[in-house]
Design a protein around this ligand. Structure first.
Ligand code: ZN
Length: 163
């Protein structure tokens, strides 16, 4: 059972949490100075030394590591090469029954579990909730943010990545 409040999960489903904005990061950070300031704040927050290249969630980053550019949780858990779908290596809690859906829709009409399920993607190491997907049962797990990392550094930031 996810330990997250239904409010948080509801907001994630609705896409109203601020870090959903990071999906537009490539157009949002035209001011490269601001971008690097944000990165340095994030870098101070994590306990590991691998360089953060791009935040893709409130607690999820693409980082430069000895194992390549990987998707990495704030706690240090690595989800593998950033071009692969990190969600496939997360713990997934699926709400597809009335009972579990009711927890996040306490006062409103329930989505019909025959047509919609909610998937919560959770770090297997620290248990933090990274992402929520609402979709039809059986629908493939989305990899909804596939940044052109190299192009972003080269073209927007004018600081091409090595290698
Ligand atoms: Zn974690």
């Amino acid at each position: 059972m996810s330990s997250y409040s239904r409010e948080i999960i509801g907001e994630l489903v609705a896409g109203t949490l601020p870090w959903h904005q990071t999906k537009r990061i490539m157009s949002a950070y035209k001011d490269e100075d601001r971008f690097f300031k944000v990165l340095s704040v994030l870098q101070d927050r994590v306990s590991w030394d691998d360089r953060i290249l791009l935040p893709i969630g409130d607690h999820l980053f693409i980082a430069e590591t000895p194992r390549g550019r990987v998707t990495k949780c704030e706690c240090g858990h690595e989800h593998g090469d950033y071009r692969r779908n990190w969600k496939l290596t997360a713990h997934i809690f699926v709400r597809k029954t009335e009972e579990t859906l009711r927890e996040i829709y306490p006062n409103s009409d329930l989505p019909d579990p025959r047509w919609m399920e909610i998937r919560e993607f959770i770090c297997p190491s620290c248990g933090i909730l990274h992402e929520v997907e609402a979709c039809a049962p059986g629908y493939p797990i989305l990899h909804d943010f596939q940044p052109d990392l190299e192009g972003f550094y080269r073209d927007w930031l004018k600081q091409p990545l090595e290698g």
